[in-house]
Design a protein around this ligand. Structure first.
Ligand code: FAD
Length: 334
């Protein structure tokens, strides 16, 4: 097929040889965009001792994989990775470049965009082509969705969190071309990742939890926050949060749910002391049953949930905890 424009790129990410789900999801979506544009999907994969990982990228929809496989790429190195991606992008002229909103992607994407003198939209929750085949990069803003476009510069760059797009069905019969990359001999080394120490996540993982309790600014202080954490524990739920809980230092950024955080799809979501801002709510769009506890009867959160409890969470949650404990004790003695 004769390509009518540059390829759609995905900067794929792997950790310890495991390709991240968000990279496969982006390739799946890139495939749809590329088919609409009449072009190909190309992935860039950097790391050490990579072999069968390329097949996963083909199975997800990539036509070509640029593979940088070298010991010095074992860990994400901002300067080397940027150098490689920028050099290759200048040669290949991709139309679109998609990167996961991961810790690495959030750093790499702006570094690359600045060097290519192009625009970048962070934390998109949808990507579609408009009637002129320009990428609409959709983000929540002003209580609705804003479509950001980059009509003049290329590539059109966006970061997207895991779970925004579905994981494509992998077609193990699909194959493609592997293009090995030369690793630059002169590697800038102002910043070097020497080792990665992984923190073991506490409690139930957010993305796979059947029940999620999320706390917000309404917790008031650390003591109020601890009660919400106790509620999550009592329900055997994963504990998530809104941005203010991170800003206050009550919760880690890795537990923030929403546009710039995690996407969750629990059977039950309980939002405590939060207002239901779209930037948070897009992260729980797939929850089955939603409950909110808020002291303001006019809070917009109540328009978005199945069950609303109007009360001060600092008073209501301790009472609820007592009731849960009572119920659980009864179950044990029965
Ligand atoms: C580009 C961008 C990206 C963002 N990404 C995210 C994201 O990924 N995730 C995210 O969460 N936010 C994100 N935000 C921030 C988001 O816009 C909101 O500011 C945030 O979600 C609000 O958090 P909140 O509901 O906890 O706080 P508030 O909006 O301040 O709401 C607090 C609520 O608590 C209630 N309340 C107060 N006291 C009590 C009490 N004692 N008992 C019960 N209820 C009480 C109040 O009535 C109020 O409704 C982003 C913002 C931007 C601009």
């Amino acid at each position: 097929m004769e390509n009518t424009c540059g390829p759609v790129w995905v900067i794929a990410e792997q950790i310890g040889g495991r390709v991240l789900a968000v990279s496969l999801q982006l390739i799946g979506h890139a495939r749809e965009l590329a088919d609409e544009l009449g072009t190909s999907v190309e992935a860039v994969l950097l790391g050490d001792q990579l072999d069968e990982q390329t097949q996963q990228l083909f199975a997800a929809g990539a036509d070509r994989v640029y593979l940088g496989d070298a010991p010095e790429l074992a860990f994400y190195q901002p300067e080397i990775y940027t150098e490689i991606v920028v050099k290759l992008a200048k040669e290949r002229q991709p139309e679109i470049m998609l990167i996961g909103s991961t810790t690495t992607g959030r750093e790499l994407a702006p570094l690359v965009a600045a060097r290519l003198k192009t625009g970048l939209t962070a934390h998109c929750i949808d990507l579609v082509l408009d009637e002129n085949k320009i990428l609409e990069q959709r983000v929540p803003a002003y209580g609705g969705l804003l479509a950001i476009v980059c009509p003049e510069r290329r590539p059109q760059m966006a970061t997207v969190a895991r779970g925004v797009f579905p994981t494509p069905e992998l077609d193990e019969n699909r194959t493609g071309e592997i293009v090995p990359l030369d690793i630059p001999e002169e590697i800038p080394g102002r910043i070097q990742t020497l080792e990665i120490i992984r923190e073991e996540p506490e409690g139930v993982p957010l993305e796979s939890a059947p029940i999620v309790v999320a706390g917000g600014a309404g917790a008031g202080d650390l003591e109020g926050w601890r009660k919400i954490a106790d509620l999550a524990k009592a329900l055997n739920a994963a504990l998530g949060c809104t941005r203010p809980a991170v800003d206050e230092g009550w919760a880690g950024l890795e537990t923030m749910i929403g546009q710039s955080g995690r996407m969750v799809s629990p059977e039950l979501y309980v939002g405590v002391g939060l207002s239901g801002e779209l930037q948070h709510m897009v992260g729980i769009a797939d929850a089955q049953v939603m409950v909110a506890i808020n002291s303001d009867p006019h809070s917009p959160v109540f328009e978005q949930v199945d069950y609303g409890i109007v009360d001060d969470c600092r008073e209501f949650v301790p009472v609820l905890l007592d009731k849960i404990k009572e119920y659980q004790e009864k179950q044990v003695t029965c």
